[in-house]
Design a protein around this ligand. Structure first.
Ligand code: LLP
Length: 410
């Protein structure tokens, strides 16, 4: 992340040092960079300029309203999976004509809300859901655009908990059943089934799983077009990893148009992590250090409730000290949070700077699936979130107050 760098041994995020931010804001806090978010969006967006397409940012990765407003100003659409994500997207200025509603278990209220508010496309994951949506659309008196989310049954080569495109996973409709659904489209008079959608997993670093899913989708789409010629949109989901990838956006684009005719189809992309991950850091303070029989524990004030990816997926997020300090020492070290769980562990290493109580550390690449997956576990508040825009630090989410925390409990 070019915005996060040491200058004279002091870690800076853009133009401001981490220690300077933490003098004014209580740790732990999330901090985002407007320029990184904007550049990430633009770099991806620029590749597709000769297509008819929408980039629908996946709100599950980060749905902070201020960040969404920035993306809305860049013309982004949204991929949402709940009524509140839908409302947040609209509230941030993303028009419903650029919103795709995904998810395997949408309830009746969510479906009604989406249809009544002109959602561009609802991606459907079962025949039962298709029937339900048809019934609701009929009641409202509208014809709803539908994408059939297929399960292409491919391996995505990512962590097993974030893989979604194989038939072992609950997601999508098999290719054979999709063909059967197209045989029955007349039964769904309030639906316009215009898209095939797929999303095979997240944090994918290799091009081949995408290639395999394109191959399956192309064969299916060719059959559907031959018989019905009703498809207009190909929704390729998200999943591209922002780091350690062995392909470029251009490789991805070239492969896409080698499978699907860009004159015939429009495209939907649903990136989340790619846009938001390295735009965000988590700043935390060392509370205590202790050495227990030769093993060192650095106890910081951020916990798994603030950022659960390491606990849930054994995810490795690099941790930097706010002052560069060359007194690394070789001792088995764990950087842990204050939560009463042994899985509340951010990093395990044998070499880490010899930092002291009160020093700040920065956990990198947490702009996606950091804040959105946080919780109140151990009755800890949702933490403050900041946005850095050049020299300016803006609070974009207040730390939750105790009154707010208990107000719905009777
Ligand atoms: N579209 C659909 C239908 C999805 O299910 C997802 C993510 C995306 C798009 C965005 O995927 P991305 O571009 O961000 O990879 N909590 C996990 C990630 C779960 C992803 C769920 N679906 C993590 O922290 O790694």
């Amino acid at each position: 992340m070019s915005e996060l760098k040491y200058e004279n041994n002091i870690l800076r995020f853009g133009n401001i040092s981490i220690d300077e931010i933490s003098e004014k804001h209580q740790t732990p806090f999330y901090c985002y960079s407007k320029s990184v978010l904007t550049n990430n969006y633009n770099n991806f967006n620029n590749i597709f300029s000769d297509l008819d397409y929408k980039i629908c940012f996946s709100l599950k990765s980060n749905s902070n309203l201020s960040l969404l407003r920035i993306l809305a100003s860049l013309d982004a659409g949204a991929d949402v999976v709940s009524e509140w994500e839908f409302k947040k997207a609209i509230g941030a200025g993303i028009p419903p004509q650029k919103i795709v509603f995904s998810g395997i278990g949408k309830n009746e209220n969510e479906i009604k809300h989406a249809i009544a508010n002109d959602c561009f496309q609802i991606n459907v994951e079962s025949l039962a859901e298709l029937k339900k949506i048809n019934q609701i659309a009929e009641g409202i008196g509208k014809v709803q655009n539908i994408g059939i989310r297929i399960n292409p049954d491919v391996q995505s080569g990512t962590h097993e908990k974030i893989t979604t495109g194989s038939l072992e996973n609950k997601f999508g409709i098999s290719v054979n059943e999709t063909l059967e659904i197209f045989n029955k489209t007349k039964e769904f008079s309030s639906l316009s089934i215009t898209a095939i959608a797929f999303h095979i997993g997240s944090n994918i670093k290799d091009l081949s799983p995408f290639k395999n899913s394109f191959e399956v989708a192309k064969n299916l789409i060719d059959k559907i077009q031959l018989n019905y010629n009703s498809l207009k949109t190909i929704d390729v989901g998200g999943g591209i990893s922002p780091e350690e990838r062995n392909f470029s956006f251009k490789d991805y684009y070239d492969m896409l148009i080698s499978y699907f005719d860009k004159e015939r189809f429009n495209f939907i992309f649903e990136p989340g992590r790619l846009i938001a991950a390295d735009a965000g850091i988590l700043v935390s303070k060392v509370l205590y250090t202790k050495i227990s029989e030769g093993k060192k524990f650095i106890i910081i004030d951020a916990g798994m409730n603030d950022m659960m990816r390491p606990a849930l997926y054994d995810a490795q997020h690099e941790i930097l000290t706010s002052k560069l300090n060359d007194s690394d020492h070789n001792i088995e070290t764990e950087i842990v949070g204050p939560i009463c769980e042994s899985s509340d562990k951010f990093m395990r290493t044998t070499k880490f700077a010899n930092i002291q109580e009160g020093d700040n550390v920065v956990i990198k690449n947490v702009g996606a699936y950091g804040s959105t997956m946080s919780s109140n576990y151990n009755a800890r508040p949702f933490i403050e979130e900041l946005l850095i825009d050049k020299e300016e630090i803006q609070i974009i989410r207040k730390k939750q107050s105790f009154d707010d925390f208990i107000k719905n409990e009777l």
